[in-house]
Ligand binder design. Structure first.
Ligand SMILES: [Zn+2]
Ligand SMILES: [Zn+2]
Length: 251
């Protein structure tokens, strides 16, 4: 009897479909590329994760063998149903954890990304449900990304907006933590309303409604999505602008 129960338990555990932590990291990055409407290619994954091409190539092969992705003849990657489900799950948990850490635990928004990277792989559905209840009405992570897929609002890069336009900050497209520290120091944050009072090839300044001046480099301005009035035409970010790991912004 006992043996039978143990056998049953083992076979239940074995048949559970589990991606490894590394696989989840890659699935998450692919999801970010898809959201940003960038081609899901090994080169873009390598760029976003700041990893070498051979390393990425090997892991892409593993994801394909494990049935999470499929590759077309043009080398462009697509999610399988199972891959998309895993990717959406890990991205949702990441953003939910970040929101929980800022709103419930009071941690600054530039210090939660790396914590979420660690916790997102080890969360049970029950804990996820509890956290979701704890964050109340919040719909995005503290950097402006929707927790539930399919609710992303379009936007334009702050760097494209002309002087005199009014802006509302939607989100920070990159979450490399040192970039978040820089943005925090600048005074910009998702939800902030202001006016672009200076812009050049070097820097962009947004003056907030309360008179505070927030200045970032032009290259960082490329990664800040805003709603602007008047608005420049929408455009897709350049692949080198989506970086989720470590910093690469000359400052
Ligand atoms: Zn994050
Ligand atoms: Zn975030």
């Amino acid at each position: 009897m006992v043996d039978l129960q143990i056998d049953g338990l083992v076979s239940t555990v074995m048949s559970t479909d589990h991606a490894t932590v590394a696989e989840e990291e890659y699935l998450q990055t692919l999801f970010w590329l898809q959201e940003a409407e960038l081609p899901m290619t090994g080169a873009n994954v390598a760029r976003a994760m700041q990893l070498s091409a051979p390393t990425v190539h090997e892991m892409i092969g593993r994801l394909e063998r494990d049935g999470y992705i499929a590759r077309g003849e043009d080398k462009v990657i697509g999610f399988t149903d199972s891959g998309l489900e895993h990717a959406e799950g890990v991205v949702r948990r990441h953003r939910l954890i970040e929101r929980f850490l800022t709103d419930v635990l009071g941690i600054a928004w530039d210090e939660v990304h790396e914590e979420a990277e660690r916790l997102e792989h080890a969360m049970s559905p029950v804990l996820e449900e509890r956290m979701l209840a704890a964050i109340g009405d919040a719909k995005t992570c503290p950097h402006g990304h929707p927790i539930v897929g399919g609710t992303r609002i379009g936007g334009v890069p702050l760097a494209d907006v002309s002087e005199g336009a009014s802006v509302q900050v939607l989100r920070f497209e990159n979450e490399a933590e040192d970039l978040l520290h820089y943005l925090k120091d600048s005074g910009l944050e998702p939800g902030l309303h202001g006016t672009v009072t200076a812009t050049s090839g070097e820097e962009v300044t947004v003056t907030a409604a309360d008179g505070r001046e927030c200045t970032v480099t032009h290259s960082v301005g490329e990664t800040v999505s805003v709603i602007a009035d008047p608005s420049p035409p929408p455009r897709i970010a350049l692949p080198e602008q989506l970086v989720l790991a470590r910093e690469r912004y000359g400052r």
